[in-house]
Design a binder for this molecule. Structure first.
Ligand code: P6P
Length: 333
């Protein structure tokens, strides 16, 4: 149960962080400052995205990332903004980014946090003005402070996260995050340059009537998923899928529903990346009363082998995720 007191709607992110820092007896302020650094970079990326069509920063950058995906100019710009904010903020000793093949040491070897980030997920939608998002996950390093961080600092189980969140650049820009005491949402007021608490203590319904999935891949899906989707249709559930994970996840979090990205022929391990997409959203959804699995395991129980590892993802309302898991289990035995 969330023991975080629901603070009044309308307080700024900064005041919220300060009030809640007091709740952590051993808080030393570094995590608070790290959250502020991420929020600052989010404000800058928000401005870049809003200007995308007006300045020559939309379209392709002309390179590919480790995923073999064409990097868009805004992908690269967002990556630079977040890496710069995290380096300059001084609270992070290393970064995993979707846009960079290797672990990025920041030089702040005395810092105790590691950040895994997808700087701009769903960016292929930007030219069509569809919502996109930043997804981040924060861990404590496991090697001694003062030493150069290693890959072992980065490859930690999902359950080891100390915080996770996303920034949704949509009809409004929102920062939603958890530090393990519930999930809170903040809406950005551009005229004041501040995030304000707008969605205190978000809880997700145990069952929803929305399912989000690219049904074009239906014939590739495991039998269990095909069976589940047929059930959704029989029950006349609502199909909503915008092809942008943060937008689909956020809508389902607030309204109830489930997002499915199963393994496909093109992505036999699933498409979504464990460290900076599945883990952070799984932490958030569990803190809001929901669930996330890969069909066989709870997402947060998975121990990653590599930074850019992929996984199938079923995430959202607990009962709906449990139904998908049970069907996998039935068909596995
Ligand atoms: P598909 C965007 O590329 C992304 O990583 C998620 O944001 C989104 O949910 C998914 O891929 C869309 O993938 O194969 O349905 O286009």
């Amino acid at each position: 149960m969330n023991d975080q007191l629901a603070l009044p709607v309308g307080i700024t992110l900064d005041r919220f962080i300060m009030r809640n820092e007091a709740d952590f007896p051993f808080a030393t302020g570094e995590l608070s400052q790290l959250l502020r650094d991420i929020a600052l970079a989010g404000k800058i990326v928000n401005r870049d995205i809003n200007r995308g069509g007006l300045s020559d920063i939309s379209g392709q950058f002309g390179s590919q990332n480790i995923q073999g995906e064409h990097q868009l100019k805004l992908d690269v710009i967002a990556n630079i903004r977040f890496i710069r904010a995290l380096k300059n903020g001084g609270e992070v000793c290393a970064i995993i980014s979707e846009e960079d093949t290797e672990l990025i040491p920041t030089g702040n070897n005395k810092a105790k946090y590691i950040v895994a980030i997808d700087p701009l997920d769903g960016s292929s939608n930007i030219d069509a003005n569809v919502s996109v998002g930043t997804i981040f996950s924060i861990y404590r390093r496991v090697t001694p402070t003062g030493t150069v961080p290693t890959i072992g600092d980065a490859l930690q189980k999902g359950d080891m996260q100390v915080a996770a969140g996303y920034i949704l650049y949509g009809s409004s820009t929102m920062l939603v995050y958890t530090t393990g005491r519930g999930v809170n949402g903040f809406t950005y007021d551009y005229s004041l340059g501040e995030f304000f608490l707008s969605h205190p203590q978000i809880r997700t319904a145990p069952v929803g009537n929305i399912y989000s999935c690219n049904e074009g891949n239906m014939d590739d899906f495991p039998v269990a998923v095909q069976q589940y989707l047929h059930k959704c249709r029989e029950q006349r559930l609502i199909g909503r899928y915008i092809g942008s994970l943060v937008g689909d996840f956020h809508r389902n979090l607030l309204k109830g529903g489930v997002y499915l990205y199963p393994a496909t022929l093109k992505n036999p391990e699933g498409k979504l990346r464990l460290m900076y997409e599945c883990f952070p959203l799984a932490y958030i959804v569990e803190q809001a009363g929901g669930a996330a699995c890969d069909g066989k395991r709870r997402i947060l129980d998975i121990m990653p082998d590599s930074m850019h590892q992929r996984a199938p993802l079923y995430i959202g309302s607990a009962k709906m995720v449990e139904d998908i898991y049970s069907l996998h289990f039935t068909h596995a035995s």
